[in-house]
Design a binder for this molecule. Sequence first.
Ligand code: ATP
Ligand code: MG
Length: 603
Amino acid sequence: MSEPIQPTETAEREDFIREIVKADLAAGRTRQVVTRFPPEPNGYLHIGHAKSICLNFGIARQFDGQCNLRMDDTNPAKEDVEYEESITADVRWLIAGWADHCLGFKPRKAKAVAQGDDFHLGAVRSAADPQADLEPFRASDYFDALHAFAVRLIERGKAYVCDHNAEEVDRMRGAPGEQGEPSHWRERGVAENLDLFARMRSGEFPDGSRTLRARIDMGSQNVWLRDPVLYRIRHTAHHNTGAAWCIYPLYDFAHGLSDYIEGITHSICTLEFVPHRALYDWLLEALELPRPLPHQYEFARLNVTHTVMSKRKLLRLVNEGHVGGWDDPRMPTISGMRRRGYPAAALRDFADRIGVARRENRVELALLEHCVREDLNRHALRRMAVLKPLKVVIENYPADQVESFEVGNNPEDPAAGTRQVRFSRELWIEQDDFREVPPPKYFRLSPGVEVRLRGAYFIRCTSVVKDPATGEVVEVRATYDPETRGGNAPDNRKVKATIHWVSAAHAVEAEVRLFEPLFSSEVPDDLPDGADFLTGLNPASLEVLTGCRLEAALADATPGTPLQFERVGYFVADPRDSKPGAPVFLRTVTLKDAWARAEKRQG
Ligand code: ATP
Ligand code: MG
């Protein structure tokens, strides 16, 4: 058995971002910590997002602050309500019972309102107010405020309307080593810019014909400062704002100002945004917004072996039918993991153990599975289930007799109680637990050999029945020793194996799905010769077993309740495909712990 884990959730975490937060609080630069988790609703959340959620909510939790869930929904072409809903459900699930009290919510459809010369979000409340009609934050709720900020930049000569198309803007921006080429419209006057921007907004110009650009520095070493585009024309309806807008702000413009509107103190993102930080700060300064201003901090994104994490690639897996959907249990998505039975606490434990790094790295999938196993070992209800059944007939057991054994639900947790398991003359055992001709060191059932049926009796195999056509063993005949009731012999006689079993008359028939990693290659993003990541798919990632025989207590297993099928693995009832009378079980994780073994070898 593996070592018990430390109760990391109550311990105070240490990392470089928390050091910054602590210093800001100590120096009075921050009064209350407000972080945010800002997904773009263009896909489902994955384990990398889980890490970011745990970091942002973990900081809010540790420092009595607040964390806003904000939909970064500024690109209507790729975004959808389905994604918003899945994201909200995933975040709520991941923080439930841990950091719900930190979740920032706002009154439904609240707009950012002007207070004097600047915009703030009025009356942000926490989720703790059960009466309030609250919803997550959305960048699109700030479109009016963002537009007003853009107008203010124009008025100050810090933004202009540019008539170059996207390719020209890109080419003229130039590479980091060389100078950028200024836009032909860089010196346009304020009045003309205001007029053109108003006409962009009113829908006078086609998509891509004009943009609003910040007027910063075409010679900057940082290409993000070479007059970045702030607004573009898109005659596309938005899932939140409908047809109200045909110009949409770009990420860099919307993000920092949304942080400002919400009163975010620490805006934490991944390392690819390091070069954007100068632009983030420039925008806040150029608008001369009242202090305090938010600050951006970056940490390394999480990568995990045997999977891909980019939403674009996950979308391909879904759209091209390589998986059954975003919540396919093999997907690295939070919804896939939840469906598969990964406990939220295990994901949080995983995020905690990998810590917050400044340099990118790749974490072993085995560590994630280890965290899942640690949690399930403590909480899973033990059950008996035979996945590949072989019939055993106990010849000296009366045909009309049935008895019940009281069996513990979890040896790790006496409070989990016991249940009655029924025993009768005909049983199912695993095909693997019988060999007609046992190989060396095979101690399970074979002709003449005695084994223990877990919690019941000793049985000894007397003969086999074979299919005359194939020669395959289709039934095992055995006798039981009534003196061994409960699983021990009065003469202290030992057996070398204990196997699990299910009474045939009482068994539930079910489908069971076993999973292996979705990708055989450790780093599917980086295959030799630049091969497409799909060539790294594991053709054996899903095995469907039908006709499995489960103990009666599993007939009404509730999805979400973790189970250990003894000697077989951890499982959960599938909330999606189970039907009354036809349950489907998913293997959450195997019992074998590759991570614990590797750790033992090393240390
Ligand atoms: P992808 O690259 O997979 O499309 P993304 O960065 O575009 O993801 P967003 O919806 O923009 O996804 O991400 C929301 C937040 O989650 C951002 O703050 C982002 O930095 C963070 N995040 C995304 N991927 C990871 C990851 N692998 N590890 C840690 N944080 C991540
Ligand atoms: Mg992103």
